[in-house]
Design a protein around this ligand. Structure first.
Ligand code: SAM
Length: 240
């Protein structure tokens, strides 16, 4: 799918996006985002970037886990962001969260300006992954960390085959019906299947300049969090 079609799709499903997530994942996704926020806030970052922020679910979790940090959410779908802005109104976290319309392939942030970056369920939508990973690398301060959460398929007895049946046959049909489209969840399934396996994506992180690359499985691998660190620069290491 072209980027403009991806944006149009998220604009179209934005009104019921949060409900779709909760319904189709039985609210397990709430715990996944909490885990992501916990990992991203563990080294007390002052500024956290959440790319492909959507309706600000991750930004909200981040601001709760890191009460002294500023959180910047970036997304290219105006309708998803509008939903997020409405959600934040009246919450005390609102004054520490900024939501901006922008493209992850050209992040609207200065170089070396964020100590942690997250992206939940966004990377599989973007063809130019290396471009995005390099943008994260540019935005992070030396020593800063990147956390990318994406869907996967569990590879365990009993649950694995059951989930695969759900994922291949039930999810597209029910998801398309709930989102009132005939393609959104067929696209979700196909984009997850097209995403590289763990080793291949970890190699992509390394080739974008990240070190300490690793993957954490969530719910037996139904979701996973890839992580990496931007190394301290040679200059910083020499002068230390
Ligand atoms: C599946 S939603 C995930 C939203 C949110 N992170 C969450 O956990 O619910 C994917 C989001 O990625 C955004 N997106 C996809 N490609 C993008 C790009 N190139 N630049 C910015 N946002 C993008 C879409 O607009 C959409 O809001």
């Amino acid at each position: 799918m072209k980027d403009s079609q991806v944006r149009e799709m998220f604009d179209a499903i934005a009104p019921s996006y949060d409900f779709q997530n909760s319904f189709l994942s039985l609210r397990i996704d709430v715990g996944w985002r909490r885990r992501l926020a916990r990992m991203a806030s563990s080294e007390n970052p002052q500024v956290i970037l959440d790319a492909a922020a959507g309706t600000a679910e991750v930004a909200l979790e981040l601001s709760r886990r890191a009460p002294r940090a500023r959180v910047l959410g970036v997304d290219f779908s105006p309708a998803m962001l509008a939903k997020g802005k409405t959600k934040l109104q009246g919450l005390r976290e609102n004054n520490r969260i900024d939501l901006a319309c922008g493209d992850c392939r050209q992040l609207p942030v200065a170089a070396e300006s964020v100590q942690a970056a997250t992206m939940a369920f966004g990377i599989r939508n973007i063809q130019e992954r290396q471009l995005v990973l390099k943008e994260f690398h540019r935005a992070l301060t030396p020593g800063g960390r990147l956390f990318i959460m994406e869907f996967g398929l569990p590879d365990v007895p009993i649950l694995g085959p059951l989930y695969r049946f759900y994922f291949h046959h039930v999810l597209p049909a029910v998801g398309n019906a709930i989102s009132r489209t005939n393609y959104a969840y067929t696209y979700l399934r196909d984009s997850v299947l097209a995403f590289p396996d763990d080793d291949a994506f970890l190699a992509e992180l390394s080739s974008a300049g990240f070190t300490e690359c690793g993957v954490t499985l969530l719910t037996f691998g139904v979701a996973r969090i890839f992580s990496g660190r931007k190394p301290q620069s040679n200059r910083a290491v020499r002068s230390a």
